[in-house]
Write a new protein. Structure first.
Length: 326
């Protein structure tokens, strides 16, 4: 049987006890596989890579080298949380790369969505490759591959976190959660002591906020997007909606609208709220958000986020609309 096939008798990791047993088993397997060699991991701060990082820190400590690349398109506080959790709390061997200017300079004046995606993905590989080549003695590449990745790629899932590395970087893969589903990965993450805000993190596209800052990305509009998204997340959490709505975020389009601020005409951006519920992401419905919550979000965005004069709620299900706007 292929080691990429989940055994039929494998119990679902649904309790802390089962997660502890799984962790103990994987720690032993990783130590046997790696020995005294070093392992490299692209740590995005998402659920899968974070759980793999915490598990490998437990197994091999400083033999793990984590590289976190901040491409300037992260949500508010995400890179800071990666540093706090992994460097300060877990004492992981973490390399932090702030490549914000590098990415945003390349993206200037690029408005075609697919080209934006290719630039972000391609540049990430270059940055990660540059950092990897500075290191010595790396024999293994750890990845946050999970079982749906394998199913969706017909048994082959190469370079899950980094999108593909040059062929001459001949690493052996370490994939400790590759037979788990997302809900199981979350249970393991909680047992490993990762914060709920990291373990329960919503799906986030690889290009990050780059596909929610519609059209050509500008720094001021990107800042408005990041701040409005943070407001939305805070208010949904306060109202108890964070666990009830599958995914929610804001979008800032590349056009302005007429408004009035301080008795004077304003010409600022609209912020669009997107919230959906789904089982498989193939179809999605739009939840009814209490009016008081929408008012609170609207009032805070208009008061706290510079350059915004309207707040809208997207009512479009999937199909016809997609979950993301780009």
């Amino acid at each position: 049987m292929s080691n990429n096939i989940r055994p039929a008798d494998m119990k679902r990791i649904s309790t802390p006890e089962l997660a502890e047993a799984f962790i103990a088993e994987q720690v032993a397997q990783v130590r046997a596989q790696v020995g005294d060699k070093k392992v490299l991991l692209a740590l995005s701060g998402g659920v899968d890579s974070s759980v793999v990082a915490a598990l490998l820190v437990k197994a091999i400590g400083k033999q793990l080298v984590c590289v976190h690349v901040n491409h300037g398109l992260m949500r508010k506080g995400e890179s800071e949380q990666v540093i706090e959790v992994f460097q300060n709390q877990l004492d992981a061997n973490l390399i932090y790369v702030d490549a914000t200017d590098r990415f945003l300079d390349l993206l200037a004046d690029v408005d075609e969505p697919e080209r934006k995606r290719k630039i972000i993905g391609g540049e990430f590989i270059k940055v990660f490759d540059e950092e990897a080549r500075k290191l010595e003695g790396i024999s293994f590449l750890a990845q946050g591959t999970i079982y749906p990745d394998i199913l969706e790629s017909d048994g082959v899932k190469a370079h899950h976190n980094v999108g593909g590395l040059p062929e001459d970087m001949d690493f052996e893969l370490v994939e400790p959660v590759k037979l788990l589903f997302k809900d199981e990965v979350r249970v393991v993450g909680r047992v490993l002591g990762l914060p709920a805000s990291m373990v329960e993190r919503q799906p986030f596209p690889g290009p990050g906020l780059g596909v929610r800052c519609l059209g050509a990305i500008t720094r001021d509009r990107l800042a408005a997007l990041r701040e409005s998204d943070a407001v939305l997340r805070e208010e949904f959490a306060k109202a108890g909606l964070a666990e009830k709505v599958w995914q929610f975020f804001t979008v800032v389009p590349d056009f302005r609208s007429t408004g009035v601020r301080d008795g004077k005409r304003a010409f600022d951006w609209p912020v669009i709220i997107r919230a959906v519920n789904t089982v498989d992401a193939m179809t999605a419905t739009v939840p009814e958000i209490p009016w008081a919550v929408l008012q609170a979000v609207t009032n805070r965005i208009l008061a706290e986020v510079p350059g915004v004069c309207r707040v809208l709620y997207d009512l479009t299900p999937k199909p016809v609309g997609t979950i993301e706007w780009e």
